[in-house]
Write a protein that binds this ligand. Sequence first.
Ligand code: HEC
Ligand code: HEC
Ligand code: HEC
Ligand code: HEC
Ligand code: HEC
Ligand code: HEC
Ligand code: HEC
Ligand code: HEC
Length: 461
Amino acid sequence: MKKSLLNLILAITLIMGMAAVLWAAVPPPSANQYLGYYDTKYSAYTKTECLGCHVSDDVLVPRHHNLIITKNMMCLDCHVLISDGSGGFVFEDFRTCSNCHKTTPHHVSSKAVAQDCQGCHGDFIDNPLDNHYVPTYPVSSVTPMIHGREVTATDGSLATVQGCAACHQPDATAVDPITNTTRAIYSNADTHHGTLIGFTGGIGKCTWCHNFDQPGLAIRQCEACHGVKSLHNVQRPSSTADIVPGSEAAGYGHIGNNWDCAGCHVSWYGNASTSPATAIIPAIKGQSAYTLAAGKEIALTITGVSFVNVGGNGVTYNPSVSISNATTSITLTPASFTDSEIQVLVPALQAGSYDLRVTKEGVKSNLAKLVVIPELAVKTAILSSKNTVTVVGTGFGAAPPADYTSGLGVSVGEVQCKILSWSDTKVVASNAAVQVGAMVTVKALNGSVSKPISAAAAKTR
Ligand code: HEC
Ligand code: HEC
Ligand code: HEC
Ligand code: HEC
Ligand code: HEC
Ligand code: HEC
Ligand code: HEC
Ligand code: HEC
């Protein structure tokens, strides 16, 4: 078993006679899991965990059904009817993500093919093709290694130092800090190879990450994504105050404490406050709403970490909120913010799917989503003729297919009505149960809505 780097550095710290250090509750190894994605691989995700980012069936049903419009998909492309064994048909399970999304869909996406890894991972990394700075001077005694090297700690045990595995080690019994449940952390080889990049079924090449020809320069190939800029801007505050590089407790990131610098560079004893830190990359962890009604201004709360920080240059970096899609791009100034929470007023938006990010000067967070759906509402539900109700409102969407009986459509209590006509704003349906005072429910692709049926206004016949 690998012994903690902490022991070694603690010893060094004591020898150096540094001021008392506030030890983090969880100093690495293994590294905590607040920032970025959980260090695991696709095959270790369950449906519940997919929903951790994709929110809920309430969001996914309209998102999948939006593809009917945007990608011209048919109901039966996704809802496959299979034999029930006795001459009839049943739907194949359409609730288990992995039935349809069998391997990581994220790493065959068009963004991944274009090596736009930041497109989802945000500025925790650099993009391979963005021409960022990678040193070309010869490697030296303080150059980090891709894994690290083993040294004997002062208590005689072995510790890994001077590389990513000094802190980012696998841990089968790790606790997810967000859900408070046990969830294994995988090794750096497992997390990266889990993307299948370079492997059968995946995109790309091994050489996106490896320089097998010149092992001494291996770290420089890692720097294709983990460049000097991104690596020295990964940090979480160790207290409720804003991040100050060099003045944080050890173990909360890459630049908070001399201990952190030493983890990668081991014998580098310079003054951490001269580090190149500017805006620390913010991370979005949650939203008060994931779907919004179209055409309405709404107050949104975004939770996360590192929303505000003081750079190595003494400048305070405050957050903005950006909302965009192919046709719209707006940047909002929050009404209020702390390091972990932003309150922002989102203006009225048109229906569609939007990217949501928190940005600070020059850096952007991981990608989150806002889906704006036409407001589903009933204005009137009127008994237009005997046993026929005319429902007028908004957001009813496309007509459900006539031969489809489970779920969508119009009902009175438990009774399904016959649809006479259906448009986005008006639905006419009939059934013997349709009468004044009964509750009529319209179940549309975007959700369901109900209203009691009222009598038609008196009119001349
Ligand atoms: C750590 C967060 C996270 C988790 C967990 C996650 N996803 Fe995603 N997923 C994203 C992000 C971010 C995107 C890209 C933005 C978007 O379109 O929502 C995405 C996109 C997708 C896409 C569209 C890919 C494309 O071509 O653009 C599919 C399909 C998908 N996810 C399925 C799943 C499934 C299935 C699981 C569970 C096995 C899952 N996701 C787990 C964050 C996550
Ligand atoms: C792109 C694939 C896709 C297409 C196309 C699609 N669906 Fe779905 N549908 C799904 C998925 C996936 C779910 C379940 C999502 C979940 O559980 O989160 C679902 C759920 C449903 C449900 C259950 C509703 C609910 O609220 O849970 C109904 C009913 C339904 N679809 C009907 C239809 C009809 C009718 C069509 C054609 C007009 C259609 N779907 C087209 C993928 C699709
Ligand atoms: C019945 C098959 C099926 C199931 C089950 C299913 N999906 Fe999908 N999903 C699809 C198809 C098909 C697409 C469209 C893929 C494409 O366009 O390349 C899609 C697209 C998506 C997208 C991208 C939607 C967009 O707006 O572009 C996300 C996100 C997603 N699925 C997540 C999930 C998650 C999470 C689950 C599990 C809760 C799930 N899916 C279950 C078939 C399914
Ligand atoms: C469409 C969004 C998306 C894009 C683009 C994307 N990723 Fe990911 N990545 C994810 C999601 C979501 C997960 C977690 C679920 C999974 O493995 O699919 C993940 C997981 C990972 C992991 C393991 C998790 C961890 O914390 O170690 C690595 C490594 C990774 N991605 C590398 C890459 C690389 C390299 C690229 C660019 C070539 C890239 N990703 C592009 C969404 C994306
Ligand atoms: C001194 C300990 C230490 C060392 C050594 C270290 N890291 Fe980290 N790293 C951390 C901590 C702590 C975090 C923040 C964990 C959290 O709270 O989410 C982190 C987070 C990250 C993140 C963002 C979140 C994530 O999990 O993806 C990346 C990317 C990262 N490290 C890459 C690297 C790379 C590449 C190396 C080697 C060149 C490395 N780290 C070496 C301590 C370390
Ligand atoms: C997305 C980046 C990425 C890609 C692509 C990738 N690797 Fe790796 N690989 C890593 C990381 C990170 C490690 C862990 C380094 C360490 O700690 O020693 C690793 C470790 C290794 C190791 C050391 C042994 C081990 O498993 O720990 C070998 C050998 C290896 N990779 C071969 C390959 C081959 C062959 C391919 C292509 C089929 C490939 N890698 C593709 C990132 C990648
Ligand atoms: C093509 C881009 C790319 C390359 C090259 C790359 N990585 Fe990563 N690495 C990622 C992404 C993406 C993440 C996940 C960031 C997140 O959590 O959102 C990551 C995360 C990490 C982390 C943090 C722990 C974790 O799994 O999240 C470590 C450590 C790491 N990489 C080490 C390496 C090493 C060592 C190499 C070189 C052998 C390497 N990486 C090469 C894209 C890359
Ligand atoms: C996560 C690992 C990691 C941590 C932690 C880390 N560094 Fe680095 N640092 C690197 C890598 C990788 C390079 C590039 C080395 C190379 O390619 O020669 C680098 C380069 C540097 C450079 C040279 C920059 C240039 O312009 O060429 C300085 C100076 C430096 N680091 C200082 C620090 C200080 C100070 C700290 C602590 C506040 C720190 N580093 C923490 C990984 C790290």
